[in-house]
Write a protein that binds this ligand. Structure first.
Ligand code: NAD
Length: 355
C-alpha cells in the first residue's frame, strides 16, 4: 500500500485517494490517447485471464427513473468494486447520467489499496472496451465510424477508436443537435474528421463501425434493421439495463453477437430481446483463441457492451500503476487501524483524552 506505514500516524492506515481533480491531472499529464491505449491493453490482459476472476452479474437497485449498481470482482490477489448510477433524466436537472467511484483492495488483508473517483475512469474504460471490441472484431482497414448519441461518453469513445483502431473519420448524430455541437467543439484541432448528421441513417452512411451510446430508460430502436449492412461492426453500449435497449431485434438475428459476461448481458444487454439460448460468444474467448471472432468480410459483428466489473478492475489496476508516476494520489484517513488491533474502543478513549 502506498501510504500505509509511511506517513500514517499509528492509529490510521492512510489509503491513496484519486480525486476528480487528480484524475484530470493524470489524464492531462499522461495524455488521453496514451491513457486509452494503455487501458485497452489492461482490459485485454485481464480478459485473457478471464477464468481467474470471480464473476457475478452486478447487483442493481432499480427505481422508476434510474439504477444504482455495485460491481465487484477479484482475481484472487486484488479485489475491486465500483458504485455506479444510471439516470437518463438527470441531464435535464443539470446532473450527469452516469457517476461512479470505486476501490481496489488487497485480498490478503482486505485493506483498501486505492480509492478513486470513477466517473471519468468509467468513461475511459468504457471507451477502451469498445476500442478493444472494435480492434478484435471490425473488418481490417475500417476507417470511418458513426457515433449515435453524443453525450458524456462520446468524446471518449471517439478518441479511443482513433488512438487504438486508427479510425480518423467520424459521423455524429444525436437527437439533440446541441450535444453534437459540444462534442465537435471539444474535439476540434485533434486531427479528426467530424461530420454532424441529421439522422442515424445519415450517420451510418459509409461507416464500417457504428457505436450507439444513447441514454433512455426504455426499449429504443436507435438502429433499424435496414441501416446495418454486410461487414459492419456495431458497439451497442447504451442498452445496459433491463428494459433499455438500442438495436432492432432483427439486426441481432443477422449478426454474430459478442458479450462481456453473458449472464449479466442476458439481463441488461440488447440480447434481452432474444431467446435465452440464442448463441453468443464472450469476447475473452476470441482473445484467448477459444472461439472465432470475425471470419469473413460480410459478417455483421455486434459487441453488446453493458460494462462488466473486470473492466473496472483493469482500470483501477492501471490507475494504481500510474498514480506514482504522476503523484496524483492524496492520503485518505479511511480506515481505523489501532496499534493494538483489538483495541478499537481505545481509539475513542484516546481521542477523548486529546480533545
Ligand atoms: P448522456 O445522457 O450524457 O448522453 C446520452 C445522449 O444520447 C444524449 O445526448 C441524448 O440526447 C442522446 N440520445 C437519446 N436518445 C437518442 C436517440 N434516440 N437518438 C440519438 N441520440 C439520442 O449519457 P452518457 O453518459 O453518454 O451515456 C450514454 C449511455 O451509455 C447511457 O445509456 C449509459 O447508461 C451507457 N453507458 C454504458 C456503459 C457501458 O459500459 N456499456 C458505460 C457508461 C455508460
Amino acid at each position: 500500500m502506498l501510504f500505509q506505514g509511511s506517513i500514517a500516524p499509528s492509529h490510521r492506515a492512510l489509503v491513496p485517494f484519486v480525486s476528480v481533480e487528480n484524475m484530470l491531472a493524470l489524464v492531462h499529464r499522461h495524455g488521453i490517447a496514451l491513457c486509452l491505449s494503455e487501458l485497452t491493453d489492461y482490459v485485454e490482459a485481464d480478459f485473457r485471464r478471464w477464468e481467474l476472476f470471480d464473476k457475478t452479474p452486478r447487483l442493481a437497485s432499480h427505481s422508476s427513473i434510474g439504477v444504482i449498481e455495485l460491481m465487484p470482482t477479484s482475481d484472487g490477489t486484488d479485489y475491486a468494486f465500483k458504485f455506479v448510477n444510471g439516470h437518463p433524466s438527470n441531464t435535464k436537472r443539470g446532473l450527469q447520467t452516469v457517476t461512479a467511484f470505486g476501490v481496489l483492495a488487497s485480498v490478503e488483508t482486505g485493506y483498501p489499496q486505492l480509492f478513486s473517483e470513477m466517473t471519468l475512469l468509467t468513461a475511459l474504460r468504457t471507451a477502451a472496451t469498445s476500442a478493444l471490441a472494435t480492434r478484435t472484431l471490425a473488418r481490417a482497414g475500417a476507417d470511418t465510424a458513426a457515433i449515435v448519441g453524443n453525450g458524456a461518453q462520446s468524446e471518449f469513445q471517439i478518441l479511443a477508436l482513433a488512438s487504438v483502431c486508427g479510425i480518423k473519420s467520424f459521423r455524429l448524430h444525436d437527437i439533440d443537435p446541441q450535444a453534437t455541437r459540444r462534442c465537435m467543439a471539444n474535439l476540434e484541432d485533434m486531427g479528426l474528421s467530424l461530420t454532424p448528421c441529421a439522422s442515424a441513417e445519415e450517420a451510418v452512411e459509409g461507416a464500417q463501425v457504428v457505436t450507439t451510446c444513447t441514454a433512455d430508460k426504455r426499449y429504443q430502436t436507435i438502429l433499424t434493421d435496414n441501416l446495418i449492412g454486410a461487414g459492419m461492426h456495431v458497439n451497442a453500449i447504451g442498452g445496459d439495463c433491463p428494459g433499455k435497449t438500442e438495436l432492432h431485434r432483427d439486426i441481432l438475428l443477422r449478426s454474430d453477437i459478442f458479450t462481456e459476461y453473458t449472464p449479466q448481458t442476458r439481463i441488461e444487454g440488447d440480447i434481452q430481446q432474444l431467446d435465452e439460448d440464442h448463441p453468443v460468444t464472450e469476447i475473452w474467448q476470441v482473445l484467448s483463441g477459444a472461439a472465432k471472432g470475425r471470419t469473413d468480410d460480410r459478417q455483421i459483428t455486434v459487441f453488446d457492451g453493458v460494462g462488466f466489473a473486470v473492466e473496472d478492475f483493469s482500470a483501477l489496476r492501471w490507475l494504481r500503476d500510474r498514480v506514482g508516476d504522476h503523484n496524483v494520489a492524496e492520503p485518505l484517513d479511511l480506515i481505523a487501524d489501532p496499534d493494538d488491533p483489538r483495541d478499537l474502543f481505545g481509539m475513542l478513549k484516546r481521542y477523548a483524552g486529546r480533545a
